[in-house]
Design a protein around this ligand. Sequence first.
Ligand code: CAA
Ligand code: NAI
Length: 245
Amino acid sequence: MRLAGKVAIITGAANGLGLEAARVFLREGAKVAMVDYDAVAGEKRVSELQAEGEATFYQVDVSNQAQVVEMVRMVKERFGKIDILINNAGITKDNMLLKMSNEDFQKVMDINVNGVFNCTQAVVPHMLEQGQGKIINTSSVSGVYGNVGQTNYAASKAAVVGMTKSWAKEFGRKGINVNAVAPGFVETSMVETVPEKVIQGLLQVIPLQRLGKPSDIANAYLFLASDESDYVNGTVLHVDGGIMM
Ligand code: CAA
Ligand code: NAI
């Protein structure tokens, strides 16, 4: 059990990568606060996962600072501490630059950037009090290398890298490790919007010749959340089949 006794908050845990991470973290002995704004999926998933360990669902929009602060207060009250924060919640609103609305640019920034800011700012005081913590942010291959149709999303995921490195410098001496995972294209509902022609093109340039599976990313989150990564700080772990080198 690589996370025995640890308490983890995972955002975007009702679906996709966050849900798989919740499953893996429970299996490894963590108590998991599953955070998502999708209450229907969240309640269903948490009831399924309760057989595997202690999991609680919190309906929160991570871009709403007041909701995040209240969620963190409730998690601390219920579990007594917070060891791990996985800032995984995120959205896309893809379009070519000339067709992208200001609203769609802003919405993606609100969730993918402000959401990460809100959750981290609310959790860090508890980690400082404990003198230890692990924060894992979810960037993307798009944030590191750019992507056609993703001006807003790529900007938001590049911002995640900037925040990760800044916090790694700011809190390293306080015992808090901050790292990011940059997934490539992974089989979740997010990738279902990608035209088949684009997927076929991607498969040509991924040396491993397949899309990622949610477990590929959950295992990277697990490593960065566990004691095995105690000397890893400020890194961006690329889990993308080698799509860009
Ligand atoms: N890579 C390379 N070329 C791309 C591309 C991509 N990701 N997306 C679109 N294109 C190309 C198209 O093939 C097309 O090329 P041609 O002109 O040669 O036919 C051109 O760009 C315009 O595309 P569309 O004809 O599809 O234009 P549209 O206005 O109808 O739609 C779009 C634009 C909404 C951006 C649509 O193309 C699309 O959804 N593309 C996929 C964008 C994408 O890759 N999103 C990733 C989602 S998954 C994710 O975000 C997870 C992660 O972190 C990686
Ligand atoms: P998904 O769409 O399957 O799951 C995302 C979850 O986040 C959903 O349950 C959704 O309800 C939740 N969410 C969205 N906005 C929220 C908000 N404001 N507050 C609370 N919850 C919110 O997507 P997936 O693929 O699991 O993505 C997870 C993370 O991984 C995202 O940050 C995404 O950008 C990133 N990512 C995904 C890749 C992929 O190929 N699937 C590749 C690279 C990064």
